[in-house]
Design a protein around this ligand. Structure first.
Ligand code: GLU
Length: 418
């Protein structure tokens, strides 16, 4: 049976609630709260594109800059048919907290274009990207706001963005991160988010005294993050028992051969046609009897409607906001450990930071150095969160927000914002 992943529903108010809880606990002054409740800038642009058949489509594009107290705004650009201002605003706020938690010198931003990249040709996507970049060019900059890939965009999209921006401002590789290596991208950027997820998983297992071999993992999503998570988890000795994409999935009780699965996909096969396992749907994956569930696709896949069926005791949020606010509370009530997105998927933006610094210095790091610095940065963030969560006997998500909100608030106070 084939199923589709439900459409994203996440809302800014949900992240705001997490912020308010942290602000209450930190006794944050009202004026700083006022400032942090409202994004700094929201830009909505029309993006006209000449399609291959000669017609013109005008797409809706957004860039939201949530907070820049700690440095230039930073965050990806998402191409998705359901992309809308509230979703982009929500994701921008997550970037503020994510960058602060990993102690990166960035604020938070996000971009989005409401389009379906799967139905567009490469030339249409190129024209869309160039026009979107021109239309937001006046608010981005190497010291203002640095876009990166997200859902539906990739290194090629960033190459087009860099080129379109360069036509206006001169060659500026540091204007975007997640570029192809040949254009100043960083070694290790492509695998970075998945690598970060697995580093966090390893830290958590060592905290819990669990050997990788005994930790059965199910991963939702076969895009960049899901694929790298599966590959690196398997390399680390974790049995990856199930993987799904938007339309199909595969399950093998003793663990899938991830290299063979990858080869099967590269030859154009569907996940469900992989011979060494049985087909499963996204709903079945979320309800699977496994140890760790890793949603690595879109937002709000675990909600009020299905959280009672989730059986995994550990959920690692590789996607942004995959567990809704209410579902988060119900899962915790029954003892589940949830590693929040702003920690678990920070690997991507951490290596984006390394890419940006390499571009500014016009110097390339070796991949070993990138991976080493990534491990150091995300492990430091993980340990800060897990020890605060233990100390305060609170969920990891709350601990992560306490750290992030306090850091951003401190930067705001030091700047003397009014
Ligand atoms: N889109 C990624 C995220 O949500 C990466 C952002 C970046 O590298 O700026 O974290």
């Amino acid at each position: 049976m084939v199923s589709t992943i439900p459409r994203p529903l996440m809302s800014y108010d949900e992240v705001l609630q997490l912020f308010e809880q942290a602000a209450d606990d930190l006794d944050l002054e009202e004026e700083v709260r006022l400032l942090l409740r409202m994004p700094h800038r929201e830009l909505h642009v029309g993006v006209p594109v000449r399609m291959d058949d000669g017609s013109v489509c005008v797409y809706r594009g957004y860039r939201v800059q949530h907070n820049g107290a700690r440095g230039p705004y930073k965050g990806g650009v998402r191409y998705h048919p359901e992309s809308n201002l509230d979703e982009v605003r929500t994701l921008a706020s997550l970037m503020t907290w994510k960058c602060a938690l990993s102690d990166l010198p960035f604020g938070g931003a996000k971009g989005g274009v409401q389009c379906d990249p799967k139905t567009m040709s490469a030339n249409e996507l190129k024209r869309l990207t160039r026009r979107y970049t021109q239309n937001i060019a006046h608010i981005i900059g190497i010291n203002r706001d640095i876009p990166a890939p997200d859902m539906g965009t990739n290194a090629q999209t960033m190459a087009w963005m860099m080129d379109a921006y360069g036509q206006l401002e001169g060659h500026t590789p540091g204007i975007v991160t997640g570029k192809p290596i040949a254009l100043g991208g960083s070694l290790g950027r492509e695998s970075a988010t998945g690598r970060g997820v697995v580093l966090v998983l390893q830290e958590l297992c060592s905290d819990l005294g669990r050997e990788p071999q005994s930790v059965r993992i199910a991963i939702q999503g076969k895009g960049n993050v899901g694929s790298w998570t599966a590959r690196l988890a398997a390399e680390g000795g974790f049995p990856v028992v199930a993987v799904t994409d938007t339309s199909s999935g595969i399950y093998a009780e003793k663990g899938l051969d991830i290299n063979a699965l990858q080869a099967h996909l590269e030859l154009g096969g569907r996940l469900s046609e992989f011979p060494q396992g049985v087909e499963l749907t996204n709903e079945e994956l979320l309800a699977l009897d496994c140890d760790v569930l890793i949603p690595a696709a879109i937002g709000d896949v675990i909600t009020d409607d299905n959280c009672d069926s989730v059986r995994a005791d550990i959920i690692i949020e590789a996607a942004n906001h995959p567990v809704s606010y209410n579902a988060d509370a119900s899962l915790r009530d029954r003892g589940a450990i949830i590693v929040p997105d702003i920690l678990a998927n920070a690997g991507g933006v951490i290596v984006s930071y390394f890419e940006w610094t390499q571009n500014i210095q016009q110097f390339r790091w070796e991949e070993k150095r990138v991976n080493h610095e990534l491990a150091r940065t995300i492990t430091t963030a993980y340990r800060a969160v897990s020890s605060l969560a233990r100390e305060k006997r609170c969920p990891m998500r709350h601990a992560a927000y306490l750290i992030a909100v306090e850091r951003v608030a401190e930067a705001i106070r030091l700047r003397g914002f009014v």
